[in-house]
Design a protein around this ligand. Structure first.
Ligand code: PAF
Length: 278
């Protein structure tokens, strides 16, 4: 494994790899790595000749300064955790990534006005800025993203399409704790009690797929009522949408594939998760 800190070094290394015609698998991350990240890296390793991950807490995608300040950072631990799976780790400084100021404006139409897009204004523009820069520098053949960030995958696929980038986006299944909680770097900020209670998010989502109604409002009410039984939760949204367009639907029969996406605070920590209805 080789640790790379600058764009120049990155380009030099990758130039040689590209000249050798080797396939490159890329896993972008913000660090605080866990088994969920590892599953992306193992898949990248299986499907490519060369693997690279980035570890960079990207300030332009945080619309809340406090959230950015508290985002977990553990570079040395992260390197030890993934060094057997990645050939290269790109861990630049903010100054390195934003030597050219972040003035880009990307547009994703309806995809960016719902759910995370409306709850976190400018978030997806920040994600697109960093991912587009990383894609331009690394030029991977495949890039791996976790389905926990369901809407993010739709945004990245749109980015790739808009710029006609020759990169295959590979969505990978959510990895969960034994108790069902979706793995997330943010879970580190939960107390032991909060972590146990947070397992109810997935339990309730799963139960909601088995209730005998196709009315979205009734399913949303079930989820909200069940989660309201726990004091630590503050539900931000539970949206049930067409999984292809992310448009809200009224009835499960309104779309060929349907996903429910949740954003919920467990104490101070904002968590997201999702579940398929079909
Ligand atoms: O999903 C993430 O961790 C981030 O949004 C990403 C894709 C690494 C961009 O900073």
């Amino acid at each position: 494994m080789m640790l790379i800190k600058t764009v120049e070094e990155l380009k030099n290394v990758l130039f040689q790899i590209n000249c050798g015609g080797k396939s490159v698998g890329f896993v972008p991350t913000m660090g605080a790595l866990h088994e969920g990240h590892l599953s992306l890296m193992k898949r990248a390793r299986k499907e490519n000749q060369v693997t690279i991950c980035s570890i960079f807490v990207n300030p332009t995608q945080f619309n809340n300064a406090d959230d950015l300040k508290h985002y977990p950072r553990s570079l040395e631990k992260d390197i030890a955790f993934v060094q057997n799976y990645m050939d290269f780790i790109f861990a630049p400084s903010v100054e390195e990534v934003y030597a050219v100021p972040a003035t880009e404006q990307y547009h994703f139409g309806d995809l960016e006005t719902v759910m995370e897009g409306s709850a976190r204004p400018s978030h997806f523009n920040g994600v697109a800025i960093i991912v587009k820069r990383l894609f331009d520098w690394i030029q991977p053949d495949r890039a791996y993203f976790g389905e926990k960030d369901f809407q993010q995958i739709a945004i990245i696929k749109s980015l790739v399409k808009q710029f006609n980038l020759p990169i295959q986006i590979v969505p990978c299944p959510i990895v969960r704790d034994e108790n069902g909680l979706a793995l997330s770097s943010r879970n580190m900020r939960l107390s032991e009690t909060e972590r146990q209670i947070a397992a109810n998010i997935y339990r309730v989502l799963k139960e909601s797929t088995a209730i005998k109604t196709k009315q979205v409002s009734a399913i949303q009410k079930f989820v909200a009522d069940e989660l309201a039984k726990f004091d630590i939760f503050h539900l931000e949204y539970y949206e049930i949408v067409n999984a292809d367009t992310l448009h809200p639907i009224q009835n499960l029969d309104d779309a060929p594939s349907v996903v429910g996406c949740i954003a919920i605070y467990a104490g101070e920590v904002r968590l997201i998760d999702n579940i398929r209805y079909k």
